[in-house]
Design a protein around this ligand. Structure first.
Ligand SMILES: Cc1cc2nc3c(=O)[nH]c(=O)nc-3n(C[C@H](O)[C@H](O)[C@H](O)COP(=O)(O)O)c2cc1C
Length: 378
């Protein structure tokens, strides 16, 4: 296996060179063959859209350019690519984009040039522009990646109405398109959220990626399951109360909310029980066993992926019911004659939706992938 690391910084020995080389050293330590390439002294010319590569059967760029010589071979012979660049005015450097544009255009006609290669972007910035640039280099950055690594971005996705829990596997461009947002606006707001995070807030949010699975499960149980066990029956009572008091004027809408809420309550109560009695104890026991503890009781399923897939389906379904409740209430728009209980109901339903999103995010985006990966590495 061969990995090509490219630095698009015009500064030899600068931060980008250091970081790309650091990544390559780790890969070399794993036994991979690596090569470092700096564009500092290689003024690769930009693509001129001559479409000569489209006309050629061979994988080549027809532009005369000594700095580009051998580049396509280096890409073709590599299984992995680490592409690094400093951010210059919110963008990757012209040096790296000239190279990527030309290789990318050749690959449109000859997709085998880049097919099945693994890639990673290294984005070097002083202050801002890193998200926009990471999208430029690696269009696959997902909502899940960002929320998982930077929980403070959650509120941006909420503002844009982007589902970061069940739909977290979408790349940013796709998520922006679906929520009819402009990608540059979304990228800018994510960057603002990242920049605004003080050191205090950054440390207040625990890095659940790095935590052991039993700690994460403990947190989910104590915070999110405990909340649901308390709130589910209480809000059911509140829905009934508001329907009784306001049925005369808002009966159709409130009856619809009551039916939807009833199905949510049943679904979630069963779902929590399955996680608490079957899946979570299994994951905790498997983790303890991997660390030298005794083998846990035999599972009633083949692979942990089976119950996980079922839990993900149930998450999706609960999220959909809450979205339907939101729609039925016109986005929790209170009628003029709403009393305090009516107001409390809407506030509590919104709170439940928020809590469920965070809860599902921790499971779908962190706990489940880690449990699957741990089983696969056995
Ligand atoms: C022309 C220019 C534009 C820059 N624009 C940005 C920017 O938009 N955002 C930012 O965070 N840093 C910006 N920087 C700072 C660089 O990204 C930062 O210093 C980086 O570490 C340089 O990488 P290097 O050491 O590999 O050259 C800019 C630097 C230069 C020279």
């Amino acid at each position: 296996m061969r990995v090509l690391g490219i630095s698009g910084s015009p500064r030899r020995g600068g931060n980008t060179d250091i970081l790309v080389n650091t990544a390559l050293e780790v890969l070399a330590g794993e036994g991979l063959e690596t090569e470092f390439l700096s564009l500092a002294d290689r003024p690769v010319k930009p693509c001129v859209a001559c479409r000569g590569c489209f006309a050629s059967d061979a994988i080549r760029c027809v532009q005369e350019d000594p700095a580009f010589e051998g580049m396509l071979d280096k890409f073709a012979q590599s299984d992995g690519l680490v592409i690094g660049s400093p951010v210059y005015f919110g963008s990757a450097t012209p040096q790296i984009m000239a190279l990527l544009d030309r290789v990318g255009y050749v690959a449109r006609e000859h997709p085998q040039l880049l097919r099945r290669k693994v890639g990673a972007a290294i984005v070097v910035a002083r202050r801002a522009g890193q998200i926009t640039m990471s999208i430029q280099i690696d269009g696959n950055t997902t909502v899940r990646d960002l929320v998982g690594r930077f929980p403070q971005t959650r509120k941006v996705f909420e503002q844009y109405g982007i589902d970061y829990c069940c739909g977290g596997g979408k790349c940013l461009a796709e998520a922006a398109h679906e929520s009819q947002a402009a990608l540059p606006d979304l990228a800018r707001d994510i960057e603002t959220a990242l920049a605004a995070t003080s050191a205090k807030t950054a440390t207040a949010e625990k890095d659940w990626y790095a935590a052991p699975l039993h700690e994460l499960i403990d947190h989910i149980l104590q915070v999110h399951h405990a909340y649901m066990h308390e709130a589910l029956p209480r809000l059911g009572g509140l829905v009934g109360k508001v329907l009784h008091a306001h049925g005369a004027h808002h009966g159709d809408m409130l009856r619809q909310v009551q039916v939807l809420y009833g199905s949510l309550d049943t679904e979630l109560t069963n779902h929590l029980r399955k996680e608490e009695e079957v899946l979570f104890p299994y994951i905790v026991a498997a983790e303890a066993h991997r660390q030298g503890g005794p083998e846990g009781p035999a599972a009633c399923f083949g692979s942990v992926g089976d119950p996980i897939r079922q839990m993900e389906r149930e998450h999706e379904s609960a999220g959909e019911v809450l979205a339907q409740i939101r729609k039925a209430t016109g986005g929790y728009a209170l009628p003029d004659d709403a009393c305090r209980t009516f107001r409390a109901l809407y506030e509590e339903l919104e709170q439940m939706e928020k809590d469920l999103h965070q809860h599902i995010h921790l499971e779908n985006n962190i706990l489940f992938p880690k449990a699957n990966a741990a089983e696969a590495s056995k």
